[in-house]
Ligand binder design. Sequence first.
Ligand code: FAD
Ligand code: DHB
Length: 398
Amino acid sequence: HQTQVGIIGAGPAGLLLSQLLDQQGIRSVVLENRSQERVESRQRAGLLEQNTVDRLRQAGATDRLDREGLVHDGIILSYNGQRHRIDLVELTSGSRVTIYAQTEVVKDLIRLRLGSTPLDAEVPISFEAEATRIDGLESSSPTIHYTQNGEAHTLTCDFVAGCDGFHGISRASIPAELTKVYDKVYPYCWLGILAKVPPSTHELIYAYHERGFALHSMRSPEISRLYVQCNVTDTLEDWPDERIWAELQIRLGSTGWVLAEGPILEKTITPMRSFVSEPMQYGRLFLSGDSAHIVPPTGAKGLNMAVADTGSLFDALMTWYREGSRANLDTYTAGCMRRVWRVQEFSNFMTELLHHNPDRTPFDAHLQTSRFNQLITSRAASALVAENYVGHAAKQSA
Ligand code: FAD
Ligand code: DHB
């Protein structure tokens, strides 16, 4: 069958694009290889920049976010127990961030898409539909090949949006000889837990400790989200609940403060890498989000960058559909890349500031301490972190 924009992947990037297009009367179909239940339950990011909330608002997807999102005015950095608050509002002239889980963003977008009146006879999202190959990207009507229920199908469209994450097929559809890849793997992982206990802090705590990084985040007034640095060879068996809480107590610890413990609902280990693949387009294919780039999670940027890419792609597609001009599509990669590299640098900075790298030299360890001391003593240094954290720095780069 046929549509205007064929979208591969029902993560935040693909779902948001589909919803934004629908509001402008542009038809799209989202192909997603996992089930709806799986897509809605994968625990991932939780922190939204104002830029991200603004795009979700443009898509009409903020009803529940406005009611349930937790708005934060600052974050706390901790270095071996010494705390330093970064006042985001004061240092950025009024910007805040919102805690609202990626699972909820995805659920809200899926409800909107499945609830809307279809612009044609198409089902707007096909779950358990795996894209296998894309043809005709140099032509004006590329075709996505996919399988569903063991049967082969095709979807022909004007444009293909590759929103299929790091392990998808879209990136590999760009000829290898045109592609440049930049990659860095970190010598540690994050073990993340969801716990049924009210958060012990109003604002997020990012902690460096000699024993490794820890982060106290949250999902709601009843549910805490915490992360602890672990070794790349660790498995979940190495981390019984008691060990996780013991490490969190030590690493997040500060005099006069107690971390409340509770039942652990979920545990996962996430590897850490920085990755950029350039260009983000070829012919009628455009990549958005994790399909083109990955950041280590320390700066909370993966989801926010996927939404920013999608916003740029939507704007460029609208220039095409309204004015028949390819101008903004042609400059899509260049426009994204300035933002992508700003976010890469910030995510790498936060990661290396806050983790204990088992391979570091004594010299590097002193630099790390000195960087933290500078953050505490210099308003300019804190302001730079704040501008990047709320998303101003990347927006100005783009
Ligand atoms: P995704 O959300 O990955 O969506 C891609 C979709 O494409 C998936 O639903 C996938 O099933 C589908 N797909 C793949 N291949 C195909 C195919 N061949 N055919 C059809 N569909 C396909 N970011 C943070 O900021 N903080 C965090 O704490 C954090 N934790 C994370 C933990 C994990 C385990 C992972 C994987 C990521 C995490 N991230 C985090 C990053 C953040 O979640 C991502 O940046 C964000 O999901 C990117 O959105 P996306 O839409 O580009 O890709
Ligand atoms: C969360 C994850 C992050 O990587 C981060 O920097 C802040 C919050 C979270 O899952 O809540």
